[in-house]
Design a protein around this ligand. Structure first.
Ligand code: MG
Length: 422
């Protein structure tokens, strides 16, 4: 069998968000719409597909990557993470098809027949989380991962979920460090984990805070997850900074991480972000890595279409690890064609104005600055600390002078008022 790479095609696409996710993603992550599908053909005629989320990926496939892969043997370069997500997944898919085995086999062999999967949501008003969680439950999920943020009323959000969901439906909360330190974070967390749904706490305070994370992990009965690699895994393990990890990266990195997690007997969840194509790859990783026992995040449900001809079904929180060759799912090239776009040269960053307000004040206006601008501001202690009544929304551009002025000001730095202007 000849696995020489003969053809590599790239298809840039813009995939619409579903309505609930759209109105919330547009606040902070409008650029997750843009993906690139990689299509690779080997000398034996096998065709493989992969994808890169262009502006949120562990590795983009560049022109140079495509050039150097051309004419190489797929089997000899597919473990090279520097080829980027799209090309690497496509090579695994193509090689699996050429050999007639699922990607799980190429990753070291099947140890799980099914793998737990989670539904992902950005921070949203409680009623939107409820809508999403209900949909997740209907579609077979038993776990949802949510962004806990000081600019929403987390108690009210969790109250709403508690009213709408059985206690067995698991909620994971990712703070991305916004609890700032263990001294303030612990009392907050101790009340939050009283909600029966709260099952994992991720990144409560900045990951560099070794002592703080260790004390939170020791104090809470609910497991704490940290992103693997920050700080050095040996520190995270020896200091017991967490109960398990959030794991991302290319195939080699995943393999190495899985080996460490296995040695340390720490569970992890995979976080490979994209549509159904990436999700299918993640299922194989879940099938091959013993410690991948926490529900994997792929974010595939934020999109209107998952780019597969057949949906990845979830039952009672689990998806089957595919047994067909390659990814085990056919990519829907009609859909890819429908979503085709010009590849953006840089991250699209449409003008926008965001209002965050608290009943006792202040009201803060943000504009599209660097990615994670609101997290940065929270970490600089610019806003109330998980206070009741917080609400945040995207203020539509009504063409008024006040929108224009506020937006212009917020482009410089967040604009603080005593009360809402809108
Ligand atoms: Mg995270």
């Amino acid at each position: 069998m000849d696995t020489t790479i003969e053809r590599i095609d790239r298809h840039p696409i813009e995939v619409p968000y579903r309505p609930v996710t759209e109105r919330n993603m547009d606040r902070e992550l409008p650029h997750w719409r843009y993906l690139e599908i990689l299509e690779v053909e080997l000398a034996d005629g096998s065709v493989g597909y992969g994808e890169t989320l262009l502006f949120y990926t562990w590795g983009e496939t560049t022109d140079e990557d495509v050039e150097r892969a051309h004419g190489e043997r797929a089997t000899s370069i597919m473990w090279d993470d520097s080829l980027g997500a799209g090309l690497q997944i496509a090579l695994f898919d193509a090689v699996g098809k050429a050999v007639g085995c699922p990607i799980t086999d190429l990753l070291g062999g099947r140890v799980h027949d099914e793998t737990p999967v989670s539904w992902w949501c950005i921070d949203m008003p409680g009623e939107d989380w409820v809508t999403e969680a209900r949909r997740a439950r209907e579609l077979g999920y038993r776990n949802i991962k949510l962004k806990a943020r000081p600019w929403f009323d987390l108690d009210a959000q969790l109250e709403a979920l508690d009213d709408a969901l059985p206690a067995s439906f698991a909620v994971d909360l990712d703070y991305n460090g916004t609890l700032l330190d263990a001294e303030r974070g612990l009392p907050h967390l101790e009340s939050i984990v009283e909600y029966p749904q709260v099952t994992h706490i991720e990144g409560p305070i900045p990951q560099e805070d070794v002592e703080g994370n260790a004390s939170i992990t020791e104090a809470l009965d609910v497991p704490v997850a940290l992103h693997y690699g920050r700080p050095e895994p040996i520190t995270a393990l020896c200091e017991t900074m967490c109960d398990g990890f959030v794991v991302s990266g290319g195939a080699s990195q995943l393999r190495d991480t899985a080996a460490v997690a296995s040695m340390a007997e720490k569970p992890f969840w995979l976080q490979l972000v994209g549509t159904g194509i990436t999700a299918a790859f993640a299922l194989h990783c879940g099938g091959a890595f013993k410690q991948a026992t926490w529900p994997a995040i792929t974010c595939r449900e934020i999109y209107e279409h998952e780019l597969l001809e057949e949906r990845i079904e979830v039952e009672d929180g689990y998806a089957e690890v595919p047994t067909d060759p390659g990814l085990g799912y056919e990519v829907d090239m009609d859909a890819v064609e429908r979503f085709r776009c010009e590849k953006p040269e840089e991250q699209p960053n449409p003008p926008r104005l965001i209002e965050a307000n608290w009943p006792e004040g202040p009201t803060i206006y943000f504009a599209e600055n660097e990615t994670n601008f609101m997290i940065t501001y929270a970490r600089e202690e610019g806003m109330p600390y998980f206070a009741a009544g917080a609400h945040t929304w995207l203020v539509p551009d009504d063409g008024s002078d006040r929108w224009e002025e506020l937006h212009e000001g917020a482009r410089e730095e967040p604009v603080v008022h005593d009360e809402p202007v809108f």
